[in-house]
Design a protein around this ligand. Structure first.
Ligand code: GLN
Length: 480
């Protein structure tokens, strides 16, 4: 086992790979070495060492022959919610033990077709339900900056794998913040594109009207490159947008003067850590200094965002997870004697506590007695939130807000208080409820040196501006 070594961004390796194709084999070895030497972080649930090296060898030959794809040699990790043909996928749950994917998720396939190298499946909260990566059948993931702390969730393994140089980029899923929140906790970039920008085919569903594939990277160009490869129409997903896919990596500069809104309630929230408030306002001040317009907007609906999210997502989850019954996939209880016992025992033994809690809550809000006053009401509030945000974004280019109310908390800190855990998503669920694109970028650190994230929300399908502006802010000098 070698020493941990720093992984250069993929965008900086393109010329090297053209001139020295075999470098791509060395890079895979480097990533595998970094995975082994940091195995205690528990970022991966499965690595595909031999295969990754074989692919690297084939990619090197293609590079040599000048026939390689757009992301030839990029090392990619995928969340354990994304199907990869002929490989296991478990959603970090016992209930999918032994399940093998028969096809690859469209986003994975598109990267493979462009000669990316898939290095393994990454740990996550079971079925994407959680904000700390503590709800995994494979055990918690640890934040590489401080291993006593969580990496965030649910795509915690994917965030840590990028943070700790185990792969160039990772594909996660973001239903209510699962890419942005762990990106913030780990000090990297996390992009949730517009709902429907990327096909969901081959993603294990949690809440289908929210589920979005997202991208983790340290380098904004890598993030943009992956988006342009994976986004766009797909015959396997009737909900995916057919809008043309821009060449995102050509839009990484931002030269105009932006009109930016911030929502007063987000900074007034009492649960917001002081240092995060300070860093967010420092960035806004720097933007003003640079000639951009930054204005406060009232958004009294903020307190309804999180409850709306949890009512609707649990309802959708209870329907989506009904298929996991011990008959069709994965785990089956060995002690069932009747068909009813087969269902109940399989589900009680196979699902973890948080997943069971959400299925019960979802069944409750969809029940005849609560359908109108919970489910339908939440759908109406979702519409109000969407309309209000849309109205703001017809007047402003971006909305700025913190990604999370606190920096990475200690493992176990919120584990026995589900409501406290849910409040970790207060700022990320906003873009999710409205289906808007949002990105989390690093924005300084707190006194304990823990990373702080800044979130930028743009209008639907405005990922070009979003990436360009994110890149601009990351280079903006700030006074703090
Ligand atoms: N933490 C949120 C939840 O538990 C978000 C999860 C996600 O985006 N997959 O639902």
């Amino acid at each position: 086992m070698g020493k941990l070594t720093e992984l250069k961004p993929f965008s900086s390796l393109i010329d090297i790979l053209q001139n020295e194709p075999n470098t791509c084999i060395d890079i895979v070895k480097q990533c595998l070495n970094n995975i082994v030497s940091q195995a205690d972080l528990n970022a991966f649930v499965r690595t595909y060492d031999g295969e990754a090296l074989t692919t690297a060898d084939q990619v090197a030959k293609k590079l040599h022959a000048k026939k390689a794809g757009k992301v030839a040699g990029m090392v990619v990790g995928i969340k354990d919610l994304l199907c990869y043909q002929d490989h296991p996928v478990q959603a970090s749950s016992k209930i999918l033990e032994g399940f093998i994917s028969q096809f690859s998720a469209t986003c994975v396939q598109r990267l493979v077709d462009e000669d990316a190298i898939i290095i393994g499946h990454q740990n996550c909260d079971e079925f994407g339900m959680g904000s700390s990566n503590e709800n995994s059948a494979f055990g918690p993931v640890r934040n590489a900056i401080d291993t006593t702390r969580v990496p965030g969730g649910s795509s915690g393994g994917s965030a840590v794998a990028v943070q700790a140089d185990m792969c160039h980029v990772a594909l996660g899923t973001d239903t209510g913040g699962s890419v942005r929140q762990p990106a913030a906790f780990c000090g990297i970039i996390g992009l949730k594109p517009t709902y429907s920008r990327i096909s969901r085919h081959g993603m294990i569903a949690y809440a289908s009207s929210f589920d979005t594939i997202g991208i983790f990277a340290k380098d904004i160009r890598d993030c943009a490159t992956v988006l342009e490869v994976v986004a766009g129409a797909d015959t396997f997903d009737s909900t995916v947008s057919k809008q043309p896919v821009p060449h995102y990596s050509d839009y990484l500069t931002f030269s105009k003067k932006a009109k930016i809104a911030y929502l007063k309630e987000t900074l007034a929230y009492t649960g917001l850590q002081d240092e995060i408030r300070l860093h967010t306002t420092a960035t806004m001040d720097a933007l003003k200094q640079a000639g951009h317009q930054v204005e406060a907007i009232d958004f009294p609906l903020l307190e309804y965002v999180l409850p709306t999210y949890y009512v609707l997502t649990t309802a959708e989850a209870s329907a989506n997870l009904a298929r996991l019954d011990g008959v069709r996939y994965g785990y089956r209880s060995p002690s069932a004697n009747t068909i009813e016992e087969l269902y109940t025992k399989t589900r009680s033994e196979g699902f973890g506590q948080e997943v069971q809690r959400r299925i019960l809550l979802g069944a409750f809000v969809l029940g005849a007695n609560h359908y109108e006053d919970c489910y339908i009401k939440a759908k109406k509030i979702r519409r109000l939130i969407k309309d209000k945000l849309q109205a703001i974004l017809s007047d402003y280019d971006f909305i700025l807000l913190p990604t999370t109310p606190s920096t990475a908390f200690k493992i176990g800190f919120n584990a026995h208080d589900p409501l406290a855990m849910y409040w970790a998503d207060v700022y990320t669920t906003l873009a999710s409820v409205a289906g808007l694109p949002a990105i989390s970028i690093p924005n300084g650190t707190d006194q304990q040196n823990l990373p702080i994230g800044l979130q930028i929300i743009a209008n639907s399908f405005e990922e070009t501006h979003l990436l360009g502006f994110a890149n601009y802010i990351m280079q903006l000098p700030k006074k703090i």
